[in-house]
Design a protein around this ligand. Structure first.
Ligand code: SF4
Length: 397
């Protein structure tokens, strides 16, 4: 089995806050970017001596392309000092269209970055205005063109579930993407979370009802497949052999390490994450750095011992661990993929749980229309993907 490692680097900076966004991000000011890069590099060095080969690196955000050449160079240099990075590694950067310039695109390529994921969201100005995005369709198209002069592996993000989106709308988007040489498309259903500016009566009443959203999702899947963007995960579609190697690791329960505030990791059989607070992160990394100088350790502090958390001298916590249950995770994450889960693999993980799982599968006949079953695996149908949480809960509990 391929045991190569994935690295995720979280860049939590955005020029402004989009009204629907629920991700953790801050507006950069003063020295905060420089301090953050330093902290990220400290965190990376926690893993010195882990003797792992890295085959994917993913810069996500936030808006990673707010950083400059030197910032990325420093992070990548530190990564290469700590890990062996394979020559064919997939190195992705998420980009906001309105910050894309010919110069930055060239810079990223020089650094060895070879995959771009662009936050296009829609090819209709009406949608972008509804989302109150800072870019318009022309800027998105220009950004793809500029990136396309240097990058072959381009992914774009779409938001599904906006007022008035139709099958025709998605068809036009797929055709445009194809004409621009886009190889991968992610389509996310708009989820309006409490606490965002979007969470108000006026906006909520404009959004399509559940049934219409379900239709929109089915149209989206249909049109993407029609134009050769084959669905391989609930929200992800790719031309042949352009699936995201990095994101597949999440759904296949492979190891990855996340660096930076709010980043999650699955490493050495543990799941852990850093909290959403950049000031704490910066303070903790500074103190951890001092404490680490005294230790000749190979792994991050919380993995050197059997402690479940690691605290800095002032007792503020850096890492929070999450429960790890391989059987449930294989089901929850594996069923997101079109290829689904291999029954034999589930049986090998836990024979008793597997028996219960099969019993529920056989007795809950109402699930049949949402599942695709073959001799050796099960997966979700398109309708099943829309209610994946319900199906997974029924199969597991
Ligand atoms: S650019 Fe992306 S991460 Fe930043 S606020 Fe907008 S949606 Fe959120």
């Amino acid at each position: 089995m391929n045991d190569d490692l994935g690295l995720y680097v979280h860049i939590p900076f955005c020029a402004s806050k989009c009204d629907y966004c629920n991700f953790y991000s801050v507006m950069p000011n003063g020295r905060i970017i420089a301090d953050y890069i330093k902290a990220i590099c400290t965190e990376i060095t926690f893993y010195k001596g882990s003797h792992k080969t890295v085959n994917t690196i993913y810069f996500g955000g936030g808006t990673p392309n707010i950083l400059n050449f030197k910032d990325f160079a420093r992070i990548l240099e530190t990564i290469k000092k700590v890990f062996k990075v394979s020559l064919q590694a997939e190195i992705t950067i998420e980009m906001n269209p309105n910050l894309v310039t010919n110069e930055t695109v060239q810079d990223f390529r020089l650094l060895g970055i070879n995959r771009a994921s662009i936050g296009v969201q829609s090819f209709k100005d009406r949608d972008l205005a509804f989302l109150r995005r800072e870019h318009n369709v022309n800027e998105a198209k220009e950004a793809i063109k500029k990136i396309g002069t240097v990058f072959k592996n381009i992914s774009i993000d779409f938001i599904i579930g906006l007022p008035g989106q139709t099958a025709k709308h998605y068809e036009e988007a797929a055709v445009l993407a194809q004409n621009y040489g886009v190889k991968h498309i992610s389509g996310y259903l708009l989820k309006v979370e409490n606490g965002t500016k979007f969470y108000n009566k006026q906006t909520l009443t404009q959004l399509p009802k559940d049934e219409e959203t379900a239709n929109q999702y089915e149209h989206f899947v249909d049109k993407m497949n029609k134009y050769g963007y084959e669905q391989y995960e609930i929200s992800n579609f790719a031309k042949t052999s352009y699936e995201s190697v990095h994101n597949l690791k999440y759904w296949q329960c492979k190891e990855y390490i996340g660096f930076g505030t709010s980043a999650h990791s699955y490493f050495k059989g543990r799941r852990y994450y850093v909290s959403n607070n950049i000031s704490n992160y910066l303070k903790n990394m500074q103190q951890a750095n001092q404490r680490l100088r005294l230790k000749k350790g190979a792994l991050p502090p919380h993995l050197q011992t059997r402690e479940t958390t690691f605290s800095t001298p002032n007792d503020s916590q850096i890492y929070y661990t999450e429960p790890c249950d391989l059987f449930s995770e294989r089901v929850i994450l594996g069923l997101r993929l079109n290829r689904g889960v291999l029954l034999k693999e589930l049986q090998e993980i836990d024979g008793d749980e597997y028996e219960k799982f099969i019993k529920r599968l056989q007795t809950n006949k109402e699930l049949d229309k949402f599942l695709i079953k073959s001799n050796d695996r099960i997966s979700l149908s398109t309708k099943g993907m829309l209610i994946s949480n319900y199906i997974i809960a029924t199969l597991l509990y």
